[in-house]
Ligand binder design. Structure first.
Ligand SMILES: NC(=O)C[C@H](N)C(=O)O
Length: 305
């Protein structure tokens, strides 16, 4: 099996001045995941490594650079899933850590649970020796500005939200194991304690060696209503190609709940798809496989190695 890793940095409009940063961020993430696979790591490790790169990059709405909630604080959601055994770990509304995806992995590996939230997630992080990072160190000027704009009377947080990239990755390794990982700061000016799609299994992501793996992004409340990641895999189980399945899932979300979003999808044979319902601009996306490495903001991307 040819190892493949695909990453995304969210769906929506791209602010011109950040375009280069987005491209560089998804490229580095894809390369990091690819290096992991090339060095013999499994798909799970590859998606975690790729997502960490984007959590550390202030261009994306995850980890450092996350959007702020109503109170000007950062609460983050993340999920990771191993398609080999359907093991999954997630955190929601977690504060003061740099890499929620690693905490999600620890939930999966070190607890009997699938999802830890808020204070419990923070306590668990502490017990695992994860360093506490003051919120101020995770806030960028850009997210603070956006938060302030959203506080103004008559503002439209959802519109200002477009282009704020949740991050994610899907991969298949040489053994045919698939995995997914997704991480986000959620939506700007959200209510304190809001749990988004990202941390919910089947919504923010899903991975099953028998079918494939999906990581989603977009309007979280809509994604949860249709359980988008699992819905796309359901269509693949019914015989649709990754492309057809992604279209069917996104179209259903648009028709039923008027929701927008995007997804990266890989099937158990390593074929991939990237799609979105928003017609503004394509999301930053990057993919690598053993034959070529591509990245770009628009469908197709360009070869980088
Ligand atoms: N930009 C995003 O993808 C937001 C995320 N899906 C959420 O609603 O929390």
């Amino acid at each position: 099996m040819k190892p493949v890793v695909v990453v995304h940095g969210g769906a929506g409009s791209i602010v011109k001045e950040y375009e280069e940063g987005y491209i560089s961020g998804v490229s580095q993430a894809a390369l990091k995941g690819y290096e992991a696979l090339k060095n013999g790591s499994n798909a799970l490790k590859a998606v975690e490594e790729a997502v960490i790169v984007m959590e550390d990059d202030p261009h994306f709405n995850a980890g450092y650079g996350s959007v702020l909630n109503q109170e000007g604080d950062i609460e983050m959601d993340a999920i990771i899933m191993d398609g080999k055994n359907l093991m999954s770990g997630a955190v929601s509304a977690v504060r003061c850590i740099a890499n929620p995806i690693t905490l999600a992995r620890l939930v999966m590996e070190k607890t009997d649970h699938v999802l830890l939230t808020c204070k419990g997630a923070s306590q668990f992080a502490k017990s695992q020796g994860i360093p506490e990072v003051p919120t101020a160190k995770l806030i960028t000027e850009r997210s603070r500005e956006r938060w302030k704009k959203n506080l103004a009377p008559g503002s439209n947080p959802l519109k200002l939200q477009l282009g704020l990239g949740t991050v994610g990755a899907v991969a298949i390794d040489g053994e045919g194991n698939v995995a997914c990982a997704t991480s986000t700061g959620g939506i700007s000016n959200k209510m304190v304690g809001r749990v988004g799609d990202t941390s919910c299994i089947g919504s923010g992501g899903y991975a099953d060696n028998a079918i494939g793996a999906v990581s989603t992004t977009g309007d979280g409340e809509s994604i949860m209503k249709v359980v988008l990641a699992r819905l796309i895999l359901y269509h693949m189980e019914q015989g649709k190609t990754p492309e057809e399945a992604t279209d069917a899932g996104l179209d259903y979300m648009k028709t039923r709940v008027d929701g927008y979003g995007g997804a990266i999808v890989i099937n158990h044979r390593g074929c991939l798809e990237r799609d979105e319902t928003m017609d503004i601009v394509s999301p930053p996306g990057g993919s690598t496989n053993s034959a070529s490495k591509c990245q770009g903001l628009y469908q197709g991307g360009t070869e980088i190695a």
